[in-house]
Design a protein around this ligand. Structure first.
Ligand SMILES: [Zn+2]
Length: 232
């Protein structure tokens, strides 16, 4: 499903899946944001959807992991075997290399397929993708591996937020992510949200629920407000 001129939803809520995957195109280069599943073979769906748009997974340069949780990262090893380079932060790299509890395999009763990161980013680092640049913002709290990827396309500032900023139906409820990970930490999460709500953002592409193509910053502020109300 094409959402914006160079942004596609490649799996997720329209297919009755809880977790979303996206593809970003910039010139001849492409990046996938997240690829995981919770019990269906999402990679076959991703492959079929991309093929419908004339894209082969072997052509994709990067897999940008928003965090190490199973539903976002479980196909990383298989994509890497196709030549896709895995991007994550230091904690994410350690988690996917070991496949330990930070990948929450226990929550889905399935073992994680370990793999090594190809590129380990730091907060504020930028990655070139065609003519665009992807800015990486570390956003711990939901998990230590959380990274938000920002790209500016056609004048719009897009954020791929994973579970840091989640959306309910029709962007009407903005909620923090799941609290069941071993490295979930509320005070850190609150600090992250406080930092993010001061940043500019036009469109939100969450790991769960529909994208929000207007008032992205307002959604971030709503999650921060929600956290302040409910976490004290
Ligand atoms: Zn998560």
């Amino acid at each position: 499903m094409q959402i914006l001129p160079n942004v596609y939803l490649i799996n997720g809520f329209p297919w009755r899946q809880t977790q979303n995957g996206y593809l970003i195109r910039s010139g001849k280069e492409m990046a996938i944001v997240d690829s995981g599943d919770l019990g269906t073979d999402t990679l076959d769906l991703v492959r079929a959807n991309c093929a419908a748009w004339g894209i082969r997974l072997e052509q994709v340069t990067y897999l940008l992991l928003t965090h190490a949780h199973y539903d976002h990262s479980s196909h990383a090893a298989r994509l890497q075997s196709l030549g896709v380079k895995i991007v994550t932060n230091q904690d994410g790299a350690e988690a996917i290399a070991s496949g330990d509890d930070r990948c929450i395999g226990y929550a889905v009763h399935r073992p994680f397929d370990p793999c090594r990161a190809d590129r380990v980013i730091r907060d504020g680092e930028e990655i070139a993708l065609g003519e665009a640049r992807i800015r990486c913002t570390e956003a711990p709290g939901h998990a230590n591996s959380c990274v938000i990827y920002e790209v500016i396309l056609e004048g719009r500032r897009l954020w791929f937020t994973g579970d840091v900023i989640a959306n309910g139906p029709a962007c009407q409820s903005a909620e923090p992510g799941w609290a069941g990970g071993p490295d979930y930490h509320r005070p850190t999460y609150l600090e992250t949200l406080s930092r993010l709500r001061r940043m500019e953002c036009d469109c939100l592409f969450p790991g769960h629920g529909p994208p929000c193509l207007a008032d992205g910053r307002r959604q971030v502020e709503a999650v921060y407000t929600n956290a302040l109300i409910n976490w004290r």
